[in-house]
Design a protein around this ligand. Structure first.
Ligand SMILES: O=C(O)CCC(=O)C(=O)O
Length: 279
């Protein structure tokens, strides 16, 4: 599935960009399904915001229980001072997470494509297991910043194994808040671990290595349908979207069954099966 050059790029840079991974029909299908999920979402009792500036989710059952459900989260800037949505509701959602790949028939089908499994295999994974799925909106005008982070912070395994599949569902550019990565940064230490103990969570600092500066990062401007697959230690970030264009993405976080998945990770598979791309 991957050429030797693509495999080498991943080893050296910590990520690989594969164009045309999702055909247009699948992009349309995912977008339409996400719109239906939002339309059906009852937010009366669930006005939950997702922010990457405050990672303390202690006591936040709506978030913690979303590990094995399909839940919508608002953008941090979705509401004005009087509590009213600043734009139509569908344009105020930050993300849908975190079990679309198991619970939604459209996302379940489109998440499990043998070609995705072949990418994992080509990158050295023995037995991929999809742990999490997210539909990320990065809405026009109010799309929030995602702070620099490493995904192994949230999906800690021994040895480290998490791979992120980031699919552009729309064109991603500097203007609408594309992904930034630090090429080669996966060789650096894991800086943080997100730990869960019952209903409380903490972000433990493991290493004080600073996050990349703007000069050390590179923006990944990609067309709709492109897959960016990256290493769990690769620092990445995305800027706020102040433009009039949305920048939707779908992500899968995948770990290797051959590695030990930490019991302290916030997301555990208790009720749902844990499957790979071809099971
Ligand atoms: O889509 C984005 O802007 C960032 C997504 C991300 O950081 C992640 O999935 O780990």
């Amino acid at each position: 599935m991957l050429t030797p050059t693509q495999q080498q790029t991943f080893q050296q840079q910590g990520y690989v960009v594969i164009e045309d991974m999702l055909p247009n029909a699948q992009l349309v299908e995912m977008q339409a399904r996400a719109a239906e999920i939002i339309a059906a979402w009852d937010d009366e009792a669930n006005r939950h915001i997702f922010s990457t500036h405050d990672n303390n989710r202690s006591g936040d059952d709506y978030f913690l229980d979303s590990a094995e459900q399909i839940r919508c989260f608002y953008e941090e800037e979705a509401f004005d001072a009087s509590g009213k949505l600043v734009q139509p509701r569908a344009q105020c959602i930050n993300k849908i997470g975190h079990a679309l790949h198991e619970l939604d028939p459209v996302f379940a089908r489109l998440s499990r494509q043998p070609a995705f499994g072949a990418v994992a295999t080509a990158l050295g994974m023995q037995q991929p297991q999809i742990r999490q799925s997210m539909y990320i909106f990065k809405q026009p005008r109010i799309g929030g910043e995602i702070n620099w982070h490493q995904d192994a912070t949230f999906f800690y395994t021994t040895p480290s194994s998490v791979l992120t599949y980031w699919f552009a569902l729309e064109e991603a550019t500097l203007e609408n808040g594309c992904l930034w990565v630090e090429p080669g940064g996966q060789r650096g230490p894991l800086r943080e671990r997100f730990l869960r103990d019952g209903d409380s969570t903490t972000m433990a600092v493991l290493d004080n290595t600073p996050w990349p500066t703007q000069n050390q990062g590179v923006p990944l401007e990609v067309s709709a349908g492109t897959l960016v697959c990256f290493h769990g230690h690769l620092p990445h970030y995305s800027a706020p979207n102040r433009s009039a264009k949305s920048r939707q993405a779908y992500t899968l976080h995948v770990t290797d069954a051959a590695c030990a998945y930490a019991a302290e990770n916030w997301l555990q598979s208790v009720h749902l099966p844990l499957r790979g791309f071809t099971d």
